[in-house]
Write a protein that binds this ligand. Structure first.
Ligand code: NAD
Ligand code: UDP
Length: 345
C-alpha cells in the first residue's frame, strides 16, 4: 500500500516507518520537525535498506498536505501532534491549533484526495482518572488537561467524520506507555530539553546527562507506593500500526483499541529493571506527587488481541535493554543540524 505518515520523523512514527517499510509498504512522511530530526528518517532507511519520501511541511498547511498526497495514498497514519502535558497547560491554544486544527486539515485533504482510511494516535489519557483498572475501551472518557482534551476532541471529530461517509474506516489507537527503541540502537526517543517521561529520564541519568531521578510520590495505594503504568515496547506498538492499516482496509467505521501489555510496573520496578539492563546505578530521590498523575493505569488489551490479532511480545527487560542500547550509543540523541537528502520541498 501507499501510506502517508504524518509526524513520521518522531519517536513512534520513525519506529512505525521501519515496520511499514519492512512489510513492503511505500511510505511518504510529512513532518515539520518541530520536535524531531530528519536524521531519524535517514536511519530508518539505513535499517530497512529502503527509501521513503519526505515532505518537510506542516499538516495545517493545505499546500504542504497537497504535496504529501501527490502520487496517491491508500491510507494515512496520523502521529503529528504536540504531546507535552505541562506545556499544554501553559499554551492550550497552541495545542488546540496544532492538534485539532491539524487533524481537521488532514481530514479535509483526505476527502479531497479520496482517501478513506485513517489510523490515529490516541492515548490512554482519554480515560482521565479511570474508575477501575485495567481499563476497557468502553470506560468513561474524560480529559484532565488540554493535551488530553485535544486527543478526546480529535477522536470525536474523526468519529463524526466517519459517520458521515460510510466508506471511511478509522482506527483509534489508545497507547499506554510506549518505551524502548529499535534493537539496532539507530533510532530511539530523543526528547528536547528535560524529559517529562520516566524512561527517557532514567536513561539520561544512566548515561550521566542528569544527576538523579525524581520519583513523583511514594504514597500511592500501590504495592510499593510509587505509580504503576503499562509500559509497551515501541516496536510492538509499531507492529500494531501495520495491523491497524490492514484492519482499516477491511472494516469501515470507527473503532478504538487499547494498546498495552495489560501488566503494570511501578516506578521502582522500572528503575530496578533498568539498573539490571544497563549495569548502571540510578540514583533517585522521592519528591511530591506530580499534579494530574493517577496511582495506576493499565490496559485491558483483549480487543486489540482479538480484532487486530496483535499482542505485545516484549517484556520490561527488553524495553529497558533497548532503551539503554539507544541511549548509550547516542548519549546526546540525534544532532539536529543535518537535513534529509531527498526531501521533496
Ligand atoms: P513526537 O513528538 O516524537 O512525534 C510527533 C511528530 O509530529 C514530531 O516529529 C513533530 O515534529 C511532528 N509534528 C507535530 N506537529 C506537526 C505539524 N503541525 N505538522 C507536521 N508535523 C508535526 O511524539 P511521539 O511520542 O512519537 O508521539 C506520536 C503520537 O503519539 C502523538 O500524536 C502523541 O500524542 C501520541 N502519543 C504518544 C505517547 C508517548 O508516550 N510518546 C503516548 C500516547 C500517545
Ligand atoms: N515519573 C517519575 N519521575 C519522572 C517522570 C515520571 O516518578 O521524572 C512517574 C510518574 O509519576 C508516573 C510514571 O513515572 O507514575 C510514568 O510517568 P510518565 O510521564 O512516563 O507517563 P504518564 O504520566 O503519561 O503515564
Amino acid at each position: 500500500m501507499k501510506l502517508l505518515v504524518t509526524g513520521g520523523a518522531g519517536y513512534i512514527g520513525s519506529h512505525t516507518c521501519v515496520a511499514l517499510l519492512e512489510a513492503g509498504h511505500d511510505v511518504t512522511v510529512i513532518d515539520n520537525l518541530c520536535n524531531s530530526s530528519a536524521i531519524a528518517l535517514q536511519r530508518v532507511q539505513e535499517i530497512t535498506g529502503r527509501s521513503l519520501r519526505f515532505v518537510e511541511g506542516d499538516i495545517r498547511n493545505p499546500e504542504h498536505l497537497a504535496d504529501a498526497f501527490e502520487g496517491g495514498v491508500d491510507a494515512v497514519i496520523h502521529f503529528a501532534a504536540l504531546k507535552a502535558v505541562g506545556k499544554s497547560c501553559e499554551q492550550p491554544l497552541a495545542y488546540f491549533d496544532n492538534n485539532i486544527g491539524g487533524t481537521i486539515a488532514l481530514m479535509q485533504a483526505m476527502e479531497q484526495a479520496g482517501v478513506s482510511r485513517l489510523v490515529f494516535s490516541s492515548s490512554a489519557t482519554v480515560y482521565g482518572q479511570p474508575e477501575k483498572v485495567p481499563v476497557r475501551e468502553d470506560a468513561p472518557l474524560n480529559a484532565t488537561n488540554p493535551y488530553g482534551r485535544t486527543k478526546l476532541v480529535m477522536e470525536q471529530l474523526i468519529q463524526d467524520w466517519c459517520a458521515s461517509r460510510p466508506e471511511t474506516a478509522a482506527v483509534l489507537l489508545r497507547y499506554f506507555n510506549p518505551v524502548g527503541a529499535h534493537p539496532s540502537g539507530l533510532i530511539g526517543e530523543d526528547p528536547r530539553g528535560e524529559p517529562d517521561n520516566l524512561m527517557p529520564y532514567v536513561a539520561q541519568v544512566a548515561v550521566g546527562r542528569r544527576e538523579r531521578l525524581r520519583i513523583y510520590g511514594d504514597d500511592y495505594p500501590t504495592p510499593d507506593g510509587t505509580g504503576v503504568r503499562d509500559y509497551l515496547h515501541v516496536m510492538d506498538l509499531a507492529r500494531a500500526h501495520r495491523k491497524a492499516v490492514d484492519y482499516a482496509a477491511a472494516h469501515p467505521g470507527c473503532e478504538a483499541f487499547n494498546l498495552g501489555t495489560g501488566r503494570g510496573y511501578s516506578v521502582l520496578e522500572l528503575v530496578q529493571a533498568f539498573e539490571q539492563a544497563s549495569g548502571k546505578p540510578i540514583p533517585y530521590e522521592i519528591s511530591t506527587r506530580r499534579a494530574g498523575d493517577v496511582a495506576e493505569l493499565t490496559a485491558e488489551p483483549a480487543l486489540a488481541n482479538a480484532k487486530l490479532r496483535w499482542v505485545a511480545t516484549h517484556d520490561i527487560h527488553a524495553m529497558c535493554a533497548d532503551a539503554w542500547n539507544w541511549q548509550s550509543k547516542n548519549p546526546n540523541g540525534y544532532s539536529r543540524d543535518m537535513s534529509f537528502n531527498t526531501y521533496s520541498r
